[in-house]
Design a protein around this ligand. Sequence first.
Ligand code: ACO
Length: 320
Amino acid sequence: MTFARIAGVGGYLPGEPVTNQDLIARGVDTDDAWIVSRTGIRTRHFAAQGVTSSDLALEASRRALAMAGMEAGALDLILVATSTPDMIFPSTATILQAKLGNVGAAAFDLQAVCAGFVYALSVAEKFIRSGSHKKVLVVGADVFSRILDWNDRNTCVLFGDGAGAVVLEAAEYPGILGTAIHADGSKNAILNVPGQVSGGKVTGDPFLRMDGQAVFKFAVSILPSVAQQTCDTAGVSLDEVSWLIPHQANVRIIEFTGKKLGMKPEQVIVTVGEHGNTSAASIPLALDAAVRDGRIQHGQKVILVGVGGGFTWGAVLLRF
Ligand code: ACO
């Protein structure tokens, strides 16, 4: 039987941290105390003009490949979770593939907004388990700064840009112990970018729109339950899980999820304060931070849990 294990992780945040005070200096009508008390966010990073999701993905991927001790040419599948692709087509995954110098791997994008990384990791694991692919690069990369309305203080203070990557490879013993992914399309209106390109023009609204309270309520209702479901299906008790890595949208949602699952605050990886919400990149960036600072050790069990527009949600239980 073939299983999938994580061979390397990598993350990349562009430029210098941008503080809440910096946003005020740029003309956003907000205050530091409001942002920190409602969300926990103190800084975020923004990609410079012209820098795309694939550029951020490239840096994160190189770091993950280096940790795995693998050449890009060895990859046989490249999956990019993003809602801010470089172009309408081709996929950001193929653009990343060219930048990495890989020829021949299958490459495609996956769109599940902030749940994109857990979706992509679940899909990658299935490819490896089926025996069809052996070395898979899974990336979450987003430049949400491109779709923010700087006059909408309800949303523009929440997000940042970044990328995180994982190299998965076939193994005799399971690294990924269980996955669960779900969606409820009837909730697509509470978080979306409704515009589209048609006839050479953007038609409709090209900015991110959100009903913050509805998102909050939905996120806290499904994150604990999908984490529990994934552990139950894998036959693993939550007591055996050392680390929780939730999607990094808001510290209050993260703390609620940890408490509900009976995790101690120090078992919950929190990067939203420094990264903001980087959408599909948030979970792999948090994973990368906790691996590189030595908190997550080989052999420990980690549960990743994400939620995003659609609405989409899911979890991945892994042994690092
Ligand atoms: N700075 C200062 N004041 C603000 C700001 C801001 N940036 N934004 C809103 N306010 C004001 C509002 O205008 C309102 O003032 P008013 O009462 O005078 O009209 C007041 O703050 C309260 O607004 P609410 O919308 O009621 O604030 P709430 O307590 O719901 O907090 C928040 C808003 C932080 C967005 C919250 O709803 C939330 O955390 N929701 C979850 C959303 C989220 O995390 N989204 C991430 C993307 S989704 C995802 O990743 C899955």
